[in-house]
Every structure is written in structure tokens, then in C-alpha cells.
Design a protein around this ligand. Structure first.
Ligand SMILES: C[S@@+](CC[C@H](N)C(=O)[O-])C[C@H]1O[C@@H](n2cnc3c(N)ncnc32)[C@H](O)[C@@H]1O
Length: 264
């Protein structure tokens, strides 16, 4: 198990889908339409959210390989996708970059993954991609920006502590957290890729109350760990934020960036 809960992934999937930058997906589609026998490999696939978001737009003959190190998430992915959809799954630890099955892969896709990864991982991954001649569509990388229409004086301090936690090791060495997109852009440009980046924020209102609640509850442990603040202070802020979800006109923005890198 990876510690990524399928219920959390299901809760965030509609917000992720709405947030993806459409023009970047269109550019990806145009690239694949001009590719013979397109093959996509989704890394850190979880339960297949990226495939569900993209498959309807992709060329009909596109083949997909979904890859994760969590066998339970892969089982859930296959259960939700069903047979005969041109999709196969493989259990693989991404830290084994040399062992990635990149032969014939036109585009590697990933969502909500690279902010977990380290700079050395991204550099080695970019080199491996370039050797294979594959492109990369890396969506929904958290960019460190979180704000609310109903404000509290501690908001940005708390987000700062959370961002500090995002930069701790998540299984790939010291994580890039909010710096992931900049780092990817740099290492991919160095490998000769044409890199396109767009914003893809979650824009959440009362209709996403469940997601906002889970998101806020998930901030507690990282903030307590990184801030050294008394738990009462953190809990008072959280109680304010949770109550504000249902305030009239209340909204929350969580910043992400989507990146598309195509071989030049
Ligand atoms: C935030 S989740 C995103 C899942 C999916 N892409 C989505 O958008 O719903 C990160 C995913 O990366 C996978 N992951 C984390 N570390 C990994 C590793 N070392 N090798 C392969 N997959 C990994 C987790 O199992 C999880 O499915």
C-alpha cells in the first residue's frame, strides 16, 4: 500500500477534472493525432483518474499502460475501468527509473504526482524520457497557493507550514512540493523539450464541501508537525476554516499547474 486512500482519490477526482487546463489537453490531443499507434503510460495512476479524464479525447486507437506501486489501487483501477478498454496495468516502483517500460511510449501522463518527487528524481526521469523520445503531460502539481474568500489572519502562516511539509520526503528523496513544475520545466528544457505550463487551480465552493472538509482535516497533522504551534491554536484555525465552508459566497482556491513537454 502507498498510503493514498482510494476514497480520497475519488473525492478529489471531479475537482481535478474541472481544474485541468483545457488548452493544454487540446495541444496534447493534437500531438497524439499526428502520432502513429499512440501509446500512453500513466505513472502514479492511483485508481485511473487521469485515464478517465482524458480517454474520451484521445485517438480511438490509443493504448494505455497504467503504472503504480500500490497493488490495491491498481486493482481498483481495473475494477473501475473494466476489461476491453485497451488498458493494462503494471505494479512498478517509480524509483526504478531504468526499469520503466518506456519502449514505444509516445506520452507519459501523471496527475498529482510530481510534487511528491525530488529534484534528482526529476532530473533522472527527464533524461530517461529524452532517451526514449517520449513526451510528458504532468497535470495538477500543487503550486503552494491556497487561499479563501473568507479570510483568517493565520491563513497564510498555516499554508506556509503545510508547504514546508510538502517539501519533506514522500518516497523519492526530499520532495519538491510547490517547486515541482519549475524544476520539471528546467530539467525537461535542458533535455531539449518544448515545455508549456498553465494554471489548473481547484476552485471550490459549497458544492465541494466534502472535499474542502477532507482537505482541511488533512492539513492538521502536517501543520502541527512543522509549526510547533500548540494544537489548540491549529484546531481553532481549523474550526474557523471548517465553519467558513458554509458561509454565504465562501470559496477556496488551491493552486496547481499543468505541464506539457513535447520532444522538439
Ligand atoms: C496523489 S496520488 C495521485 C493518483 C492519481 N494520479 C490521481 O490523480 O488520482 C499519487 C499516486 O502516486 C503513487 N505513487 C507514490 N509513490 C510511488 C512510487 N514510488 N512508485 C509508483 N507509484 C507511486 C501512489 O500510489 C498514488 O497512486
Amino acid at each position: 500500500m502507498s498510503g493514498f486512500d482510494k476514497d480520497w482519490l475519488a473525492l478529489r477526482e471531479p475537482a481535478d477534472r474541472a481544474a485541468r487546463h483545457k488548452a493544454l489537453v487540446d495541444r496534447l490531443v493534437r500531438h497524439l493525432q499526428s502520432t502513429a499507434s499512440p501509446k500512453l503510460m500513466d505513472i502514479g495512476c492511483g485508481t485511473g483518474s487521469t485515464w478517465r479524464s482524458l480517454e474520451a479525447d484521445m485517438p480511438a486507437e490509443a493504448a494505455w499502460l497504467l503504472l503504480d506501486n500500490d497493488g490495491l489501487l491498481l486493482q481498483e483501477a481495473m475494477r473501475r475501468i473494466g476489461p476491453d478498454r485497451g488498458v493494462t496495468v503494471r505494479q512498478h516502483d517509480l524509483n526504478d527509473i531504468d526499469g520503466l517500460p518506456l519502449d514505444g511510449v509516445s506520452i507519459v501522463t501523471a496527475s498529482a504526482l510530481f510534487d511528491l518527487c525530488s529534484e534528482p528524481f526529476c532530473a533522472a526521469f527527464a533524461q530517461r524520457l529524452a532517451t526514449a523520445g517520449s513526451g510528458l503531460y504532468a497535470a495538477l502539481n500543487y503550486d503552494g497557493i491556497m487561499d479563501w474568500s473568507v479570510t483568517h489572519p493565520l491563513d497564510q502562516k498555516m499554508v506556509g507550514y503545510f508547504n514546508d511539509h510538502q517539501r519533506t520526503d514522500k518516497g523519492f528523496g526530499v520532495a519538491l512540493g510547490p517547486d515541482a513544475t519549475d524544476c520539471l520545466a528546467q530539467v525537461l528544457s535542458q533535455q531539449g523539450y518544448a515545455v508549456h505550463i498553465e494554471d489548473s487551480p481547484w476552485l471550490l465552493d459549497a458544492a465541494s464541501a466534502d472535499l474542502q472538509q477532507e482537505l482541511l482535516n488533512g492539513l492538521r497533522t502536517p501543520i502541527v508537525e512543522m509549526s510547533g504551534l500548540p494544537t489548540d491554536t491549529v484546531d481553532e484555525w481549523l474550526q474557523f476554516r471548517l465553519a467558513a465552508i458554509s458561509a454565504p459566497g465562501s470559496s477556496c482556491r488551491v493552486g496547481h499547474k499543468d505541464l506539457l513537454a513535447l520532444p522538439d
